[in-house]
Ligand binder design. Structure first.
Ligand SMILES: Cc1ncc(COP(=O)(O)O)c(C=O)c1O
Length: 296
């Protein structure tokens, strides 16, 4: 594991931040979770675009601009030599005195962690995950817009804890109106009467890059797709469902609140899209400049 921090690439256990970093003190910062497949950074430009939007949303200036951040990502991944990796990019408000005032922090801090991640045990890719509807609601856009990928993940953390205590893999979060939003770190899709359906972004979901890719691939494969408001019943009546995310990739959902979804897990649409996704990820993406980093 390698980490870019404060201008240098170090081993994971040497990467340290000040306790006065407002990212640590207040969750004041933003992040991206990305993957490298087959030596290519998957949808790097989309991640950079979303990072830029998150930065604007919280009034944070990316140090050196997006070009510098992109270089940091590519250089750090290249330094590991890894062709498959999970990359966690963070930009915190930086160090400052106690007190939430972000104007007291003058130097945002960029951190890039190159590691691996397993959101669910590997066998769940075949058996599917079990979800429970959370008692917590996803915050609305006027509280903390879920479209901003911020370091404030306590809503997700608490929902995950509740799900784990109930003995299931993950939580399904609804919004204040009772519409389906997403799981704690992944978007959700369901096949409803033959239509691949996913909650609309304005219902309070992160606009996932895996979600976008799946929508594009479904279009190419001639699978009808619709983004719309969804209720729990849409999931319970679906013939199949799955989660998408850079960490989770594509993982089938077996049940919601102990009710099985569909007759087989994974269902045929999930299987088709998973195969298309991994094929696409292998061949697309920004090539990682390994040679430039020999000896780093
Ligand atoms: C809350 C939440 N929703 C959805 C996603 C999936 O987004 P992406 O496909 O861009 O990784 C994530 C990924 O981290 C997430 O944290």
């Amino acid at each position: 594991m390698k980490v870019w921090i404060d201008g240098a690439i170090v081993d994971g256990n040497e990467a340290k931040i000040s306790v006065f970093d407002h990212g640590f003190l207040y969750g004041d910062g933003i992040f991206e979770g990305m993957r490298a497949y087959n030596g290519r950074l998957f949808r790097l430009e989309d991640h950079m675009r979303r990072l830029g939007v998150s930065a604007r949303a919280i009034g944070l200036e990316l140090p050196g601009g997006v070009d510098s951040v992109r270089d940091i990502v590519l250089t750090t991944v290249a330094s590991t030599g890894a062709r498959e990796a999970y990359i966690r990019l963070l930009v915190t408000r930086g160090q400052g005195p106690l007190g939430v005032d972000p104007t007291t922090c003058s130097d945002p801090r960029v951190i890039c962690i190159v590691d691996t991640v397993e959101l669910f045990p590997a066998d769940k890719a075949a058996s599917g995950v079990d979800l429970a509807t959370s008692s917590l609601r996803r915050p609305s856009a006027d509280v903390l817009d879920p479209r901003v990928k911020s370091l404030n993940y306590l809503n997700n953390v608490m929902a995950k804890l509740e799900a784990r205590r109930r003995g299931v893999d993950d939580a399904l979060l609804l919004n204040a109106a009772g519409n389906v939003t997403e799981a704690t770190g992944a978007n959700i899709f369901a096949v409803c009467r033959g239509v691949l359906t996913t909650p609309t972004a304005t219902d309070g979901v992160l606009e996932g890059i895996t979600r976008m890719t799946v929508i594009e691939l479904a279009d190419k494969l001639g699978i009808p797709v619709r983004e719309r408001s969804m209720g729990r019943l849409d999931l319970l009546g679906a013939s199949e469902a799955f989660l998408t995310g850079s960490g989770a990739r594509i993982v089938p959902v077996r049940s919601l609140d102990t009710e099985l979804i569909g007759e087989v897990t994974p269902g045929p649409v999930t299987t088709r899209l998973r195969a298309a996704f991994f094929e696409f990820a292998k061949l697309n993406g920004t090539p990682i400049p390994y040679a430039d980093c020999a000896g780093v």
